[in-house]
Design a binder for this molecule. Structure first.
Ligand SMILES: [Zn+2]
Length: 437
């Protein structure tokens, strides 16, 4: 393509492409790209069949976030594979904090933490989650299958492929006899889809100990990407207490909690600021119970997103102000505002990691977009980045589609080898101290 472009020289075109983050113009075509001549690439190529078989095993274990039995089976599977790859492995029991508005101290899926020491200078941590948003039984409708260039299955994109990529990255490094890192760590949690209420503090602690944390959520749809930003998430709960009374005989004597709650929901539903990515959506509601009684209780839960942690305070303040104005003066309104997941705000080291990943992809003849604006999703990279000692980077998973939807979920088979190559090279380069910030 570069040769056909008139005007600027090839070198200039390549330079411009580099600045724009594009990679095709002026770069070697993918077949002759130098990265593809390497032992890492060739070993990754040999792994594809084994990778798909791992993916199949992981998809076949249903592991919804509240399915403790399924999550324990998954944790055992992941732990035994990491042990077989020479890691020291611990399975860590996990529970929600008592003050969580919905989970209130509940037991959650365990974390699997594996470590391997090497001879190099830096510590690298790979993270992914094994829980899904789907309850037990749905797997039968979306079994693992390969059709054309796609592998389908429930939870395959979010985030079984991420777990499989980590297992095979550790495997690839072992096959290459590579131990030029101070430590290679793996943390797989089982409560991510709940907001990581149990594993979040551990992720933050590990982020403060490792030189780099790579998080393996999905790596894009049509185009490959890595992320330098994810949203902050909060949960608001409104509880209204009114007064019960007979709906036929004495409705005036009651104070309708549902009316008051509806008033508050309608008033607050457009709160936020588009430019700041600050938004609220009321998603769960409960109230009343008996047809002929004026309801004394009603409650609702809202999902709140923001690009920064600080902006959540604006939303909390606005809600606290809003509930002072009531439709029915002698009802009581209680607001709980729970900060669930922080926003991922990258530091300078994270930006360096992203550029390095882009350069590695360029060397295998592929573009890699760096996304530095969050689009509403929240991930565990944010917990790892809160007190990060080094860099944190998100979206090391496969390209795919259909996470959290009713559509069939799939991953792109042609992204397996490039993504295995990328993760392996990132561990090698960061572990050996070749990436500096
Ligand atoms: Zn996920």
């Amino acid at each position: 393509m570069g040769l056909a472009v008139p005007g600027p020289s090839r070198a200039q075109a390549a330079q411009a492409a580099l600045l724009m983050g594009a990679t095709s113009a002026g770069a070697a075509s993918s077949a002759t790209a130098e990265g593809r001549q390497s032992a890492v690439w060739r070993t990754a190529e040999q792994q594809q069949a084994a990778f798909l078989s791992t993916l199949k095993s992981l998809v076949e274990i249903e592991s919804g976030s509240r399915d403790l039995e399924g999550l324990r089976t998954m944790a055992d599977e992941v732990a035994s594979r990491l042990k077989a790859l020479g890691m020291d492995v611990k399975t860590i029991p996990t529970k929600a904090p008592d003050f969580h508005p919905m989970l209130k101290g509940a037991e959650l899926g365990p974390m699997v933490y594996g470590r391997k020491l090497g001879k190099g200078s830096n510590k690298v941590l790979l993270i992914a989650h094994m829980d899904t948003v789907y309850p037990r039984g749905m797997g039968a409708k979306q079994p693992f299958r390969i059709e054309g260039d796609k592998a389908y299955g429930l939870g395959i994109a979010d985030d079984k492929a991420g777990v499989a990529l980590i297992l095979h990255t550790v495997d690839l490094l072992a096959r290459l006899g590579h131990d030029d890192f101070a430590e290679l760590g793996v943390l797989i949690n089982g409560d991510e889809e709940l907001g990581s209420p149990g594993s979040g503090p551990m992720l933050t602690e590990l982020g403060s100990q490792y030189d780099a944390v790579l998080s393996f959520e999905g790596g894009g749809g049509r185009a490959d990407m890595v992320r330098l930003a994810t949203s902050s998430i909060a949960i608001a709960e409104l509880k209204v207490t009114g007064r019960a009374s007979h709906a036929g005989g004495n409705p005036e004597g009651g104070r309708n909690a549902i009316y008051e709650l509806a008033y508050q929901i309608m008033k607050t539903r457009h709160f936020g600021d588009k430019d700041k990515g600050l938004k609220i959506n009321w998603t769960v509601i409960e109230g009343g119970g008996v047809r002929n009684v004026i309801p004394a209780h009603a409650s609702a839960i809202a999902d709140i997103r923001s690009l920064t942690n600080a902006d959540l305070a604006i939303m909390e303040q606005a809600l606290r102000e809003a509930i002072k104005d009531k439709l029915i003066p002698d009802t009581q309104i209680e607001l709980t505002f729970f900060r669930s997941r922080p926003a991922f705000v990258p530091n300078a080291a994270s930006v360096v990691l992203a550029r390095h990943a882009q350069a590695l992809f360029r060397a295998i003849g592929l573009p890699l977009e760096i996304r530095d604006r969050a689009s509403g999703g929240g991930t565990d990279a944010a917990y790892a980045a809160l007190r990060a000692r080094g860099g944190v980077l998100e979206s090391f998973g496969l390209r795919g589609f259909g996470a959290h939807s009713n559509d069939n979920e799939y991953v792109m088979i042609d992204s397996i080898i490039p993504r295995l190559y990328l993760a392996t090279r990132m561990v090698m380069d960061v572990g050996a101290g070749k990436v500096r910030w």
